[in-house]
Design a binder for this molecule. Structure first.
Ligand code: SF4
Length: 426
């Protein structure tokens, strides 16, 4: 339901989406156009004003993103006080709009239905105490979620395992805070039920289940199958359609998903090799749709330099086994890895490796630019080995060089996309 109208001498747009159980209010508030999006339970999701997008994570943090004229996109995590202030500003606007709707001081082309009233009331009731309590509850259910592939930001994450079974890659600091552990079935079921209860009506804005953390599929089949079955029992809708987002990116990706819902996970090529096509077929029957593999590079010495486990051939073998088992893959290339020293070989061998993979429709190739931070062993190793980093422009050129040499059947092309880890919000 879309209501267009005039509110306090300015245009207003109110959108109530029953399928997603979401409320969007876009109005001029205190002289600025302000858009606020809420989940069905009242939890704030996104705000947009003055060219900045504010995305609230489930842990209560908020990422602000904006693009200054002629400059690349900027982003910053707000302090908790700043985030709560943005939520308060939106709540004030939504409450003022709703008060005028109830007082009949609103002119629109339609009337708010029962669901619309409910969603307004819940959004207004989501005050600072509710926001703080929700974030605190989140932290009792999840350990921090390091990263997801971009097409999985709206998945429901279930931490079947914690951490990474390797934790050795020098460019990755996501799981340094925890040892690798596989949850026993009872603990996993409890976790999945708690996640379901916590997400609440927000489930309608999500699609599919992402099995975390870094390497959930490393779990041997005899232990993995029961975990997949539990995920299936707790989130049966994941196999069909939990919710349908209506944005262009989602529609674009839908053709690469085959179907909405399903189970997704990361896996490294080295561990993936230990499962056969029959194993992946069994997991596909349990809902596994796509596995994301951080191949990083096709150049073996570069993988060794970064302490990435395994060889490029392991990734190729894993991709072939997954595809033979009916599971799609997402292959992630680390652009800029190895700086100038490895650049030519990185490009050459990555092209060769990807071109040897049986990729097609439903698969994704992600180009993720290496983001170097001081706490990474990679930064120390690069200095010691005199590996000069690529600039952003050089990374773009490297990505383009790889893209230009990839060969696919015309009507059976994978999706090729960027993957900026700084954009991640769960
Ligand atoms: S295997 Fe993946 S998650 Fe584990 S340390 Fe390496 S990059 Fe990080």
């Amino acid at each position: 339901m879309l209501i267009l109208g005039t509110w306090r001498n300015h245009e207003i747009k109110i959108s109530v989406r029953p399928q997603e159980r979401s409320l969007t209010v876009s109005a001029t508030w205190k002289g600025r156009l302000f858009t606020a999006v809420y989940e069905g339970g009242g939890r704030p999701r996104t705000f947009i004003t003055e060219g900045t997008v504010y995305r609230r994570a489930l842990d209560g943090r908020m990422l602000a993103k904006w693009r200054p004229k002629d400059l690349p996109r900027q982003r910053r995590w707000l302090s908790q006080e700043e985030a709560l202030a943005v939520e308060a500003r939106a709540r004030e606007m939504v409450a003022a709009v709703y008060a005028d709707i109830q007082a009949g001081a609103f002119q629109g082309n339609g009337e708010l239905d029962d669901l619309g009233h409910l969603l307004f009331q819940r959004a207004i009731a989501w005050d600072e105490a509710a926001s703080r309590a929700d974030a605190a509850r989140y932290r009792t259910i999840y350990l921090p979620i390091g990263i997801l592939p971009p097409d999985q930001y709206s998945a429901i994450v279930l931490q079947a395992t914690l951490g990474c079974s390797f934790n050795s890659c020098t460019f990755c600091t996501f799981y340094r805070d925890r040892p690798f552990r596989i949850k026993p079935p009872d603990e996993f079921r409890q976790h999945a039920e708690a996640v379901k209860d916590f997400i609440g009506e927000g489930i309608y804005l999500r699609q599919g289940v992402f099995l975390g953390d870094a390497n959930a599929l490393v779990v041997p089949m005899r232990r993995l199958v029961p975990l997949m079955e539990i995920a299936n029992e707790v989130f049966p809708a994941a196999w069909g359609s939990i919710g349908r987002r209506n944005d262009r990116a989602a529609n674009h990706l839908e053709t690469h998903r085959g179907a909405w819902g399903g189970v997704y996970a990361f896996l490294d090529g080295f561990s993936g090799e230990k499962k056969a096509a029959e194993d992946y077929a069994q997991l596909a029957a349990l809902g596994l749709r796509r596995v994301y593999i951080g191949m990083e590079s096709g150049h073996a010495p570069l993988l060794h330099f970064m302490h990435k486990p395994g060889e490029p051939e392991d990734v190729l073998h894993t991709v072939k086994a997954m595809k033979a088992g009916g599971v799609s893959v997402g292959v992630i290339v680390l652009v800029g890895a190895g700086g100038h020293y490895y650049a030519d070989a990185h490009v050459r061998d990555t092209i060769d490796l990807i071109n040897a993979m049986p990729l097609g429709r439903g698969d994704i190739i992600y180009f993720s630019e290496l983001v170097i931070t001081e706490d990474m062993p990679y930064a120390r190793d690069a200095v010691a080995a005199n590996v000069r980093p690529l600039t952003h422009e050089e990374c773009v050129a490297q990505e383009n060089a790889i893209r230009a040499a990839l060969r696919f059947e015309k009507k059976n092309r994978p999706l090729i996309s960027r993957y900026d880890i700084r954009e991640f919000v769960y």
